[in-house]
Design a protein around this ligand. Structure first.
Ligand code: CMP
Length: 143
């Protein structure tokens, strides 16, 4: 079953949106297999955003993601990577479709509430980076 890594960014945590965001994924039907509040170190942030190192906004990105607690989650389900990206909406909230998380709760493309893995391969890397295997649960049966 496919997995993804989602992270409520510092703006979403400070605005009290963790529960609202989790409810959207629960209601969609995905299963939560891991979650934790984290204060990212500079090293974790630089590792997570390594592919953006040459972008002009890289400094802001790392500064923002380390500016306060984030809430990391691992969700599981059929095509959860593509579904969760559709539910998040485009990076720029102005271009995100109405009803998506970024359209509903964000204004700025750098301060946009949530991160989600962009492929199943990225999800595996990001889950491994932020979670130990023993921090993830398994469900014996679906209720
Ligand atoms: P995220 O999914 O966390 O991964 C990369 C992040 O870079 C993205 O979300 C945006 O928040 C951020 N980003 C992309 N473009 C810009 C930009 N032009 N200015 C500031 N931040 C950006």
């Amino acid at each position: 079953m496919e997995k993804t890594f989602l992270m409520v960014k510092p703006d979403g945590v400070q605005r009290g949106l963790i529960g609202t965001i989790m409810a959207r994924f629960e209601k969609k039907g995905f299963q939560l297999i891991g979650a934790k509040l984290m204060q990212l170190t500079m090293e974790q942030a630089e590792h997570h955003y390594a592919e953006h190192v040459s972008r002009p906004f890289y400094g802001e990105l790392v500064e923002f993601i380390t500016s306060g607690p984030v809430f990391g989650m691992v969700w599981m389900g059929d095509e959860v990577v593509a579904h969760s990206r559709a539910m998040m909406g485009k990076t720029n909230p102005l271009e995100a479709a109405p009803g998506t998380i970024r359209s509903d709760y964000a204004m700025h493309k750098g301060i946009n509430i949530i991160h989600g893995s962009d492929s199943p391969e990225a999800a595996e890397r990001e889950i491994h980076h932020f979670f130990k295997p023993e921090e993830l649960v398994t469900y014996k049966r679906c209720l």
